[in-house]
Design a protein around this ligand. Structure first.
Ligand code: ATP
Length: 217
């Protein structure tokens, strides 16, 4: 059964670092599709700068041209803050217990995993693929919190040796793109050019709705 990728994030805004991560993971892991899930009100970080409805629409526009990419609005539409573990459990219930799932994470997100709600349960629900990210030390075990390192040392696999629907960890190189949503927001706040850091369709949407230039959004 071809695995499915699950890619959550604040996407405030979505940029080429996100899109390239999803594209390269899809190719490397042979994913049938990648489901982008914009966070509603992420419990493990501050309130996003931009209304969820705008972040969702930007993800829709950014992914529209790629038949492998789809968007799932469940976290945005939920009245309560969503935990990744609950979102994955929901997907798992819909897709069945045989379906291999890959939770896709950048290295910085992965290193913060032990702060997530019921984080060890994530391994029961999905495999986890971690993309190296410029600025986040990853592949040295001394960069990882000890609790995380213990899990990784038991679960780490190479691409060819992964089996079953969940439970493995794969540390994956990708084209290093030192792009962050924070840097894009800073550029836009000072009316600089963010072109070629994110899709034109997203940038057009940002300008149309005057996002990131005023604090009231
Ligand atoms: P911010 O700067 O607001 O923290 P971000 O650019 O890190 O945002 P998120 O929406 O928080 O974007 O990230 C969603 C996921 O994408 C996370 O797992 C993150 O590690 C990963 N990611 C984001 N940018 C990159 C990048 N340039 N390279 C690799 N992974 C990335």
């Amino acid at each position: 059964m071809q695995p499915i990728g699950v890619f959550g994030g604040t996407f405030d805004p979505i940029h080429f670092g996100h899109l390239r991560l999803a594209e390269e993971m899809a190719e490397e892991l042979g994913l049938a599709r990648v489901v982008f899930i914009p966070a509603g009100q992420p419990p493990h970080r501050g309130t996003p700068h931009t209304a969820a409805i705008h972040r969702l629409e930007m993800v829709r526009r950014a992914t529209a041209g790629n038949p492998l990419f789809s968007v799932d609005a469940r976290e945005v539409e939920s009245p309560r803050p969503s935990y990744t573990v609950d979102t994955l459990a929901g997907l798992r219930a819909e897709l069945g217990f045989e379906q291999p799932l890959w939770l896709l994470l950048g290295a910085d997100a992965f290193l913060a995993l032990p702060t997530w709600h019921e984080w060890r349960r994530l391994f029961d629900l999905a495999h986890i693929a971690v993309a190296a990210r410029p600025g986040a030390r990853l592949l040295q075990s001394d960069a990882m919190p000890e609790r995380l390192n213990n899990e990784v040392s038991q679960r780490q696999r190479t691409k060819g040796s992964v089996s079953g629907p969940a439970g493995s960890v794969l540390l994956q190189q990708m084209t290093p793109l030192d792009i962050s949503a924070t840097a894009i927001r800073d550029i836009l706040a000072r009316h600089g050019s963010a072109r070629y850091l994110l899709p034109d369709a997203v940038l057009d949407y940002i300008h149309e709705h005057q996002l990131y230039t005023h604090h009231e959004h």
